[in-house]
Design a protein around this ligand. Sequence first.
Ligand code: PMV
Length: 322
Amino acid sequence: MHSEAIAHPNIALIKYWGNREQALRIPANGSISLTLGGLDNRMSVRFDGELKSDTLVINEAPAAPKMVERATKHLDLLRIMADVADRAELVSETNFPLGAGIASSAAAFAAITVAAASALQMELSPEELSRIARRGSGSAARSIQGGFVELLAGDSDQTSFAQQIAPEDHWSIIDLVVIVDEKMKHTGSSTGHALAASNPLQQSRVADAPRRLQACRSAILERDFASLIQIVERDSDMMHAIMMTSEPPLHFWTGATLQVMAAVRELRADGVSVCYTIDAGPNVHCLCLPESESDVLQALASNENASWNVLRAQVGPAAQVV
Ligand code: PMV
């Protein structure tokens, strides 16, 4: 029983931060993302009755016990559904840095879900796969789908899943990911989500989410880039305001993060249509249209801190068996 899948990370345009229900990862608010083509997690899953426990190798190195534990917990969901007890050997290869705010867990749990379901010969719809992926990592629910994707917050396991707003070829947005730091982030998002609920600012952020989701959805459907970048940048800053004012506070931005944010604002002041958005890490996603890509790259390269590595992603496809 073996299968392989490729899944992509995604970048949230409207962020998910905080859970309504922690154990099932029912998010406090809905979220919207772009699936990131060009950044791949290729996951092989082999179930084997001879194995004593699940194993996980990531980019040729054995994964930390905590990660294996999390993968086991996720595989258990699928094993129970398929009524199979076999342990599995997981081998993952990625072409982007892990744990640095590039939604590596989203790609990983989407890939495990799709590969394991296929290996176990389960016939599951994208909606069912998305619900299962959500249990591994909330944002993984979105990586099941390609293109422009919305994770419906819902209020139960059944009603919380991702659906496509527009397909991959709807709009050629480019994500230039400025890697200011390749190291693993110090606080994982699972810990971060748990801190959000006790932050008084979170209530306002969640209450206002339907407005931001609607603005983002309309901007996508109308291909209105000026409106999109306005709401995306605001939403990212709002999430980081929650992070920074949690107890204990989470500060993911570094000096270099702020320099890239300033460079993006300067570009905009010069008439280039671009915005930044930042997940739970220091790296900065710069979103632009193809006609602005060279201006953005040039500005990043001519910055006094020009040693940054820039990854390029475009709107990508759904997670799929290969
Ligand atoms: O899926 P998680 O638990 O890693 O949470 C993702 C949180 C953010 O990346 C910061 C926002 C998002 O919506 O992807």
